[in-house]
Design a protein around this ligand. Structure first.
Ligand SMILES: *[C@@H]1O[C@H](CO)[C@@H](O)[C@H](O)[C@H]1NC(C)=O
Ligand SMILES: *[C@@H]1O[C@H](CO)[C@@H](O)[C@H](O)[C@H]1NC(C)=O
Ligand SMILES: *[C@@H]1O[C@H](CO)[C@@H](O)[C@H](O)[C@H]1NC(C)=O
Ligand SMILES: *[C@@H]1O[C@H](CO)[C@@H](O)[C@H](O)[C@H]1NC(C)=O
Ligand SMILES: *[C@@H]1O[C@H](CO)[C@@H](O)[C@H](O)[C@H]1NC(C)=O
Ligand SMILES: *[C@@H]1O[C@H](CO)[C@@H](O)[C@H](O)[C@H]1NC(C)=O
Length: 757
């Protein structure tokens, strides 16, 4: 019977009543039975293909019952658990025999219970062992294997001569207990139990033999198993089950195929047949359709399967770990890493957006700010315009006839014309303000690309306490003066704090510049000088007679006479000096050396008359003839006043000493010069009444000038050939050519005084 072989079998057995099953049916919410079928028996669940009632089990062999003690039974054996993985735990009767001292025997075969009529079940060879407990005992079982065609036997033997020999370390190691592995496909047991020593009694030991197939982990051996009566005659064992058929291939072809949706089929050797399983990613009862069947598992619920920076996405039967936006890599393994490209694109995108917002905001801010400042400026302009008498002036200007009409300019118009009053445009400046050159857009009578040259006089803060209407009057009167030898006032701008005056542009500077520059002076022949003097005298004569009461220039001096390209005189800067602060004007007039031109009578009496202009003109005439400054220093470094010196030279007949050397070349004209000198003497008489009127002066000078012209026809031409042509020109000046405006000429407005009267 191969007993030696049996003795070598491993002999350790643990008994365990704890049954731990890995089961996919753990979720008790799942429907595991067929609809309308009882799926529990006490604490036990009954999954299809098992069932209690007809139509609730797949076939007869899966029929189970639930007794009145809520114990699930397969045939007559209590069932502890059913797994859809193909296992079934039963609570199996132990075979035992006990020998008493009185010779009687108590035996419990327990094998009939497990005489299975079907081929659907067999003992699991992996989880079960065959165990024999007893002293000097052996047991074996005979069973069918792979159906009824084959039989198989195995067993083991256990020795123990004394109680002390029995190990109590929990292992079934051969003393008092032995165990043997079982092969697969075992069913239907006939167990045989034997004693080797004719039931010799050993002290303290119960003389019993136990033999059984048990779940290996469900049984722990201890000395109590030998010395004490057992409190249960059952131990758990594991059965395999399967749907009995040839294999998956033939089953799938038949209409009885047990596997339902989303499943796969697994062949089983024994019990011969197959099992069904849910496909990966599905869970449920693979033998059922509908709600209890295999359903997709939403892997994304519950524990986080995906790694860093990825998002779980459930798919049918599967799931993915998709990297979050801006990340790339493997969401299953290492986790996703930042995708630099997308990341920087995002950063760039957001920073561009931010930048755009900032720019837009700034832009808006400046637009609003600018609009506000424009509004404020607009308001200020309105205010200034009114204060400067703009309303009155506008009305008066509108009554003037078309061509000669003076204009009211707007500040921005002049700002544009003068390039925002740029430094480079300054023609001259004095302590009263600055004169800028400007270009105005084409005016009537000019082609489109031509620009009108203008001179814009911008004074410093003016005395705002003065009457603005008076200023308006003044500007109006000046605008009406229309004389070819007067610098024309084109208009004014009243919407600034201190008004701007716009003149025609005269381009060859002041008479003063020409007289006192040795080179320029060499071009000034006597004839030209006489003509300039005559033209100036005629302007003053015109002013004195044009209005009643007369207009007094009050600040005649060489710096206030401008010359154009043809040496035509243009008298500038009168009356308007009123624009400058009153006090300062008075003081500076004295200090600034116009002092030399000042009427001594007026200085004494403070009474201004037309004769004051005559005095100033007399000094100017002397200046023209001598080329000397009205107050100058002689060779000895002494200060001399021209008028006084001139008169003494005239009286002492030493005129050649003082006259401009440029005039002494022609002997023929000397008489004329002396004649002119003599009339000049009368102009600077101490008493105003002794001086001739401006009309008389003009007539006299015109006569001398004509005389000179006739003489020149006979006399040899003087100077260069270029000069020649100039000398021969008649002096009919054309008013609008060159320009430059003196601003050093302050002078108080005699005109306003006249108008005030
Ligand atoms: C068997 O013994 C082990 C270790 O001592 C123990 O963990 C286990 O629970 C025992 N099993 C039973 C059924 O008593
Ligand atoms: C059912 O389980 C409860 C606790 O889980 C237990 O107390 C009870 O004995 C069990 N009933 C059966 C019949 O096994
Ligand atoms: C159980 O039986 C199968 C099939 O005969 C075999 O492959 C397996 O190794 C056996 N397992 C054990 C633990 O003996
Ligand atoms: C077990 O014994 C019974 C009754 O004697 C017999 O019918 C059966 O065939 C035996 N089984 C085996 C596997 O020997
Ligand atoms: C006038 O000035 C221009 C340049 O400004 C110069 O070319 C021209 O010679 C000057 N003419 C006279 C007469 O001084
Ligand atoms: C200068 O005189 C010439 C000749 O009479 C004339 O054509 C020209 O327009 C004059 N220039 C000015 C600026 O008056």
């Amino acid at each position: 019977m191969g007993l030696n072989y049996l003795l070598q079998a491993p002999i350790t057995i643990f008994v365990s009543l704890l049954i731990i099953f890995s089961s996919t049916i753990c979720g008790s919410n799942l429907l595991i039975a067929k609809p309308h079928c009882q799926d529990t028996c006490g604490n036990f669940t009954i999954p299809f293909p098992f069932g209690i009632k007809k139509n609730c089990y797949l076939s007869q062999e899966f029929k189970v019952t639930c007794n009145k003690d809520n114990i699930l039974l397969l045939g007559e054996i209590p069932v502890l658990d059913i797994s859809l993985e193909g296992q079934l735990w039963i609570n199996k009767v132990i075979s035992s025999i006990c020998f008493r001292r009185d010779g009687s025997i108590q035996a419990n075969a327990g094998d009939q219970e497990f005489r299975m009529s079907t081929n659907s079940f067999s003992f699991n060879n992996f989880s079960n062992v065959f165990v024999v407990v007893g002293c000097d005992s052996y047991a074996y079982f005979t069973s069918f294997r792979f159906g009824k065609q084959q039989t198989f036997s195995t067993g083991c033997i256990s020795f123990c001569r004394s109680k002390e020999e029995i190990s109590n370390d929990g292992f079934c190691s051969g003393a008092g207990c032995c165990q043997a592995k079982i092969p697969s496909g075992i069913s239907d047991l006939n167990t045989s139990l034997y004693n080797l020593n004719n039931y010799r009694y050993i002290e303290g030991i119960k003389n019993c033999i136990y033999a059984f197939i048990v779940g290996e982990k469900s049984f722990n051996f201890s000395i109590d198993r030998i010395t004490k009566p057992w409190n249960s005659n059952r131990l758990p064992a594991v059965l395999d089950w399967a749907i009995v058929d040839n294999n998956c291939g033939t089953a799938q072809a038949s209409k009885d195929y047990a596997c339902k949706g989303n499943t796969f089929c697994q062949d089983k050797d024994y019990p011969k047949g197959y099992l069904c399983h849910c496909k990966q990613g599905y869970q449920g009862n693979p033998y059922l359709d509908g709600p209890g069947g295999c359903k997709d598992i939403n892997e994304c619920e519950g524990s986080n399967l995906c790694k860093k920076n990825s998002v779980c996405q459930n798919k049918i039967g599967n799931y993915t770990c998709k990297c979050s936006h801006g990340y790339k890599g493997d969401g299953f393994l290492e986790g996703c890493k930042r995708d630099e490209q997308i990341f920087y694109k995002l950063i760039a995108g957001s920073s561009v957006a931010t930048l755009v917002i900032i720019l837009a905001t700034t832009w808006l801010y400046f637009i609003i700010k600018k609009r506000k400042s424009i509004q404020r400026k607009e308001m200020m302009r309105d205010k200034f315009f009114k204060e400067n008498g703009g309303v009155l002036l506008k009305e008066r200007f509108s009554k003037q006839e078309g061509d000669k009409r003076a204009k009211i300019y707007h500040e921005n118009e002049l700002e544009r014309a003068t390039d925002n009053f740029a430094q480079s445009r300054i023609l001259g400046q004095g302590r009263y303000g600055k004169v800028f050159k400007g270009y105005l857009k084409a005016v009537k009578g000019m082609s489109d690309n031509e620009q009108q040259e203008i001179a814009v006089k911008k004074s410093k803060q003016m005395d705002r306490s003065g009457q603005m209407e008076t200023f308006a009057n003044e500007v109006f009167v000046l605008s009406q003066i229309n004389h070819k030898n007067v610098v024309r006032l084109l208009g004014c701008c009243l919407d600034t704090e201190s008004p701007l005056l716009v003149y025609e542009f005269i381009d060859n500077g002041t008479l003063s510049d020409h007289i006192h520059d040795s080179i320029k002076a060499s071009f000034l022949s006597l004839q030209i000088r006489l003509r300039i003097a005559t033209e100036t005298a005629e302007v003053l004569s015109y002013l004195h007679s044009a209005a009643s009461p007369p207009l007094i220039h009050r600040d005649i001096k060489s710096a206030n006479i401008l010359l154009d390209k043809n040496y035509t005189a243009k008298v500038a800067d009168f009356g308007v000096s009123r624009l400058f602060p009153l006090d300062e004007t008075q003081v500076s007039t004295v200090i600034l050396g116009t002092f030399g031109y000042l009427d001594p009578e007026y200085m004494h009496t403070g009474k201004l008359t037309v004769k004051s202009d005559v005095y100033s003109f007399g000094v100017l005439l002397m200046e023209i003839m001598t080329g000397k400054k009205v107050v100058y220093f002689d060779l000895q470094g002494e200060e001399r006043r021209l008028a006084k010196h001139f008169l003494s030279c005239l009286n002492e007949n030493r005129m050649s000493e003082i006259l401009d050397a440029n005039l002494l070349h022609q002997k023929e004209t000397y008489g004329l010069i002396i004649e002119a000198a003599l009339v000049a003497k009368s102009y600077v008489s101490i008493r105003g009444d002794d001086r001739p009127s401006m009309r008389e002066v003009a007539t006299k000078l015109r006569g001398l000038s004509d005389e000179m012209k006739q003489m020149n026809f006979q006399a040899k031409p003087y100077g260069s050939s270029k000069m020649e042509s100039i000398l021969l020109e008649p002096s009919m000046g054309h008013a609008f050519d060159g320009i430059s405006i003196s601003i050093d000429g302050p002078g108080m407005s005699s005109m306003s005084r006249v108008l005030d009267n």
